[in-house]
Ligand binder design. Structure first.
Ligand code: NIG
Ligand code: FE
Length: 402
């Protein structure tokens, strides 16, 4: 993946630029050369090499990028498994005060330190599975103070953890119980109080909204995204996850950096997204876990939507931190090739969180974020599923997993 700018679309998603006998040279946390080993060594002639890490002929990829997680939350929801097995749907559980709303209760009840300790364990796991940059959304507080509490945990993780954490405000994740039947009033709270305060404290870079039947309408979502943009946030949208709502079209209209889920999105929605350059973030672990239909990743790639992949790690619809599981599901359930999957979890995922010029590929000038696997080729990762293939992780030139 070299020499190009912007997220990869169409057949370019397959051009990962794999190099046999490759090498990467790193100085002060940045890549200074990458390519065939003999060429890299020639470029380094006369330079004192202080440390060499021999990958022994194994596969090396850019650090994996997670563009969509709900990392910080209280509690867990394993009791929903039995409800699901009895046939309850995700939206039914939510409408009965469970689902997201039960995690809201647990998150409100937790202290900032408790949330930090729990999220750190998950972030450690993500790193062990190869993620070196992770986006994290709020949205389980749903009061100003509880949202700020979640976002402060993002900041503490960013300041203290090897993994980079990119923070997204998602006060419009659900209508809280105390606003039931008064969604417009809650939207006003998000716009008039939460967004400006989050901005003032500099606690988030992006704003996301759950545009879904029974959650926020297209009109409410448009209002929130518009207000966020006016304050200078980048905007994202959970779009057409369950019902076809026109969320993909809204993403294009509003110039969202990414639209997520998209299981029920229309062809017209994909066309509008492609035209506007909106990245489609597919979350196949969520559709697997909800036993739902899958996002039409092939249709997106064909029409020119840049596709990214992520776990959607959260305690309800996707309780997994493993991007390697997502690789397998990306191939088997979305019909993507291993090369497309790798592009979707590196350079396209990086662009989905505004980091495409800095991470996501092994190119001179980029951060030296690398993963070495116990594998010799890309296809082996999704093929041999359910285990962790990571051997070593390097973050900005430092070995952080070995
Ligand atoms: O991306 N769809 C909405 N939000 C999350 C799920 C959150 C939850 O169930 O706690 C998602 O799937
Ligand atoms: Fe999500």
């Amino acid at each position: 993946m070299r020499g190009k700018s912007g997220p990869r679309i169409g057949s370019d998603m397959s051009n990962v630029g794999a190099i046999e006998h490759g090498a990467v040279a790193i100085r002060e946390g940045k890549i200074v050369a990458a390519g065939p080993e003999d060429e890299v060594r020639a470029q380094l002639e006369g330079v004192l090499v202080t440390k060499e890490l021999d990958a022994g002929g194994r596969l090396v990829t850019p650090g994996l990028v997670e563009p969509h997680t709900h990392l910080v939350h209280g509690g867990s929801r394993e009791h929903e498994l039995a409800l699901k097995l009895k046939g309850a749907s995700y939206l039914e559980i939510l409408a009965n005060g469970g689902g997201i709303l039960s995690t809201v209760q647990a998150t409100r009840a937790a202290s900032e330190d408790e949330l930090f300790a729990k999220a750190k364990i998950s972030l450690d796991t993500m790193l062990l599975f190869g993620a070196t940059t992770v986006e994290a959304k709020s949205g389980y507080g749903l009061t100003l103070n509880d949202e700020l509490k979640q976002l402060r945990v993002n900041k503490r993780l960013q300041d203290s953890h090897a993994v980079d954490v990119v923070s997204t405000f998602m006060g419009a994740h659900a209508v809280p119980t105390e606003y039931k039947g008064r969604a417009d009033e809650y939207v006003a709270l998000v716009i008039n109080e939460m967004l400006p305060e989050v901005k003032r404290q500099g606690l988030a870079e992006f704003c996301d909204v759950f545009c879904e039947h029974g959650v926020f309408t297209v009109e409410q979502s448009r209002t929130i995204l518009g207000a966020a943009k006016e304050l200078g946030f980048g905007v994202k949208i959970h779009a057409d996850e369950i019902e076809p709502m026109g969320g993909a079209e809204l993403a294009g209209e509003q110039g969202c950096i990414s639209a997520e889920h998209l299981l029920a999105a229309s062809n017209e929605g994909f066309r509008v997204m492609a035209e506007a350059g909106v990245i489609g973030v597919c979350l196949p672990a969520t559709s697997f876990n909800l036993r739902a239909k899958h996002a039409r990743a092939r249709a997106m790639i064909e029409v020119g939507v840049p596709v990214a992949l992520s776990t959607d790690y959260n305690p309800g619809s996707s309780p997994t931190e493993s991007l390697q599981l997502v690789m397998t599901l990306g191939c088997l359930n979305l019909g993507m090739t291993p090369e497309e999957v790798l592009t979707a979890m590196t350079i396209n995922a990086a662009y989905a969180i505004g980091r495409g010029e800095r991470i996501g590929s092994l190119e001179p000038g980029k951060d030296a974020d690398l993963v070495v696997y116990n594998a010799t080729n890309i296809a082996y990762l999704p093929y041999h599923f359910g285990i962790n293939h990571v051997d070593t992780v390097v973050k900005r030139g430092q070995i952080v997993v070995r």
